[in-house]
Design a protein around this ligand. Structure first.
Ligand SMILES: C[S@@+](CC[C@H](N)C(=O)[O-])C[C@H]1O[C@@H](n2cnc3c(N)ncnc32)[C@H](O)[C@@H]1O
Length: 323
């Protein structure tokens, strides 16, 4: 990729590496030069720029990077970008031309928590067909023998969220047959998180017996438009935090947010599935978010972009609450 070096683009990157003056991750530092001079791998070419010992730089930058949700040691993308000679064939195979690498790196180094509006409308690295097929091509994905209405990306995003957040309560709106409630309960159990899953649907007849047999799941029958009567303030107050709320019935979003948001604690999560992919869905989400105090629900781009920008059924709509 001689072209990469030759292009020597002007980049404005966040300072991943604290400098001698103590400027840190929260400040922006203009970096001019080839991509290989400012990639995120700890202790690499930025060393000379900041005159720090390799060891000190590695420790500090690791901490800084982890605040952005990036782990330079485990991030495959960072490794590929750094070792472009080693991965030359992969660069070519993936069509990583300099402009594309620059775009990816800009996203890679951007803020983790951003406002919904600042994401600028639904943009995705994922072709719609690829996202559709990622729910299973010849046969849809299943959990415990039940159809699980999730893409392979979202299954992994939830696994990662559960591991990171360790939710004590999962509130799911839209049970379907119950595969997702069982998956969420099983995933929490498997890593020793004592979570209670509360799941609600108006179609109780469709719900599998397995849901009723699972002690960590509570099923509530009813229409989500009556959410304030089905999930009363008293009941919600008794559910321990952190909460992972998953809106998967695609209706009454404003009423759901009006009822749940005031009871969410800082660091709780709200995931709005599918609406962002529907025509006019972005407007519905935007209106609901704009009715809340500014920056109180921020998009967590670590999860929305875990497999590339918006490779998820919840585009721009995995939100973390900030106090
Ligand atoms: C996409 S499915 C849920 C899939 C499930 N969460 C999964 O991942 O396997 C949507 C569910 O929302 C329920 N639903 C739709 N409108 C509803 C409403 N107004 N109140 C309650 N549930 C509703 C439907 O009955 C359906 O089971």
């Amino acid at each position: 990729m001689g072209g990469l070096e030759a292009a020597r683009p002007l980049m404005v990157a966040r300072c991943l590496f604290p400098d001698e003056a103590g400027r840190s991750i929260d400040q922006v530092l203009p970096v001019r030069g080839a991509i290989s001079e400012w990639h995120t791998d700890p202790g690499m070419p930025m060393l000379g720029r900041f005159k720090r010992s390799r060891r000190a730089l590695a420790t500090e930058s690791r901490e800084a990077i982890s605040k952005m949700g990036i782990d330079g040691r485990t991030c495959y993308f960072a490794g590929i970008v750094r070792q472009k000679n080693l991965f030359k064939s992969m660069y070519q195979w993936a069509g990583l031309r300099p402009g594309k690498v620059e775009h990816l790196l800009r996203e890679f180094l951007s803020e983790r928590y951003v406002t919904y509006v600042s994401r600028g409308g639904m943009r995705s690295d994922m072709q719609p067909l690829a996202l559709i097929l990622s729910q299973g091509y010849k046969r849809g994905l299943e959990w415990r023998g039940l159809p699980l209405g999730k893409t392979c990306y979202d299954i992994c995003i939830y696994q990662q969220m559960i591991q990171d957040l360790q939710p004590r309560s999962v509130i799911e709106l839209g049970t379907g047959l119950g595969a997702s409630a069982l998956f969420l309960a099983d995933t929490c159990r498997s890593i020793g998180v004592p979570a209670k899953v509360v799941t609600l649907d108006r179609n109780a007849d469709a719900v599998s017996e397995q849901v009723f047999d699972d002690e960590s799941i509570e099923f509530i029958a009813g229409d989500v438009k009556d959410i304030s009567e089905l999930l009363t303030v008293e009941k919600l107050t008794g559910l321990p935090h952190p909460w992972l709320i998953i809106e998967d019935c695609h209706v009454h979003l404003q009423g759901i947010i009006d009822h749940l948001f005031p009871l969410m604690a800082a660091d709780d999560y709200l995931v709005i599935e599918d609406i962002g992919h529907q025509p006019g869905g972005g407007r519905i989400i935007r209106k609901a978010i704009e009715s809340l105090p500014a920056k109180s629900l921020m998009v967590d781009t670590f999860y929305t972009d875990l497999f590339g920008r918006n490779a998820t059924c919840s585009p721009d709509s995995i939100f973390r609450k900030f106090a």
